[in-house]
Design a protein around this ligand. Sequence first.
Ligand code: F6P
Length: 320
Amino acid sequence: MRRIGILTSGGDAPGMNAAIRAAVRACAQNGVIPVGIHRGYNGLIHSDVVELDARSVNGITSRGGTMLYTARCEEFKTDAGLQMAVNACNYLGLNGIIAIGGDGTFRGAGKLSAAGINTICIPATIDNDIGCTHYSIGFDTAANTAIGAIDKLADTMQSHERTSIVEVMGHGAGHLALYVGIAVGATAILIPEKPFDFEQDVLEHIREGKYRNKHHHLIIVSEGVADTLAIAQRIRDELGLDTRATIIGHIQRGGSPTARDRVMATRMGHFAIEALLAGKTNQVVCYRNSQLVLTPIDEALQMKKSLDSYMYRVAKEVSI
Ligand code: F6P
């Protein structure tokens, strides 16, 4: 293998840069030229690439975002787009591709692989909702960012004896909300995987808290589960509490990666290059049972991630 393309696609996640750096340096160690592809599959289709070397990724481990830019590419989903990407790989002399991102990124890599381009994927999304891996790059940083913001919020909520309703990201999955909710000691955590009864699980829970002398309450809402502003209004109307709604939003996607994300991303980037050089293709690097393993892309896309029900029970039982 002489040249390997590296791309980031879909939503960015803190730690992507560390994965790029590790992949680039692993290429350099093995006498392979790493080629950065800009804006995901978009850049591949249009041959928007840059040759990298060990020095061109200096100092990026501590930076959020992705130095290669990222995009979601509709054109690549068409047969013509795929053919353009394959042609570009041949023209650019790319013998393999490392694709860093989520499910959509994997689907694209699977198509490339079927068209004869060796591909290895690295899971990166703050949602941590990829079924084949226990961990996806970016989750820990996003959780810590949300926790930091909520801790600040808690100070003012406590001072004013207010109730806060905080929306965190998740893209239809409650892993981030549950993790953050436990870490900040939420009164209630509303996530898509666990149907809830608003009267019982929110209003009654707050009433019980008040009875136990709680003066401020914190409700965590996973995006898309309910209208955060409407929840704040309803609690105000029904319980007469002073409420504020906060949507943390894209702040969760940025910031310097935590140690966990830097180390995991570095391991995954290195592992992915070793896999490509060993002749593997059509695989996702997965973290399972404390080690990195490969899973075929098709199989990886079939795997569903279930929410940790024990964690949910713990969250509920300690929220009194
Ligand atoms: O998948 C990561 C994520 O941040 C989700 O949590 C969120 O639903 C989505 O991306 C937001 O996407 P966009 O950046 O396109 O607004």
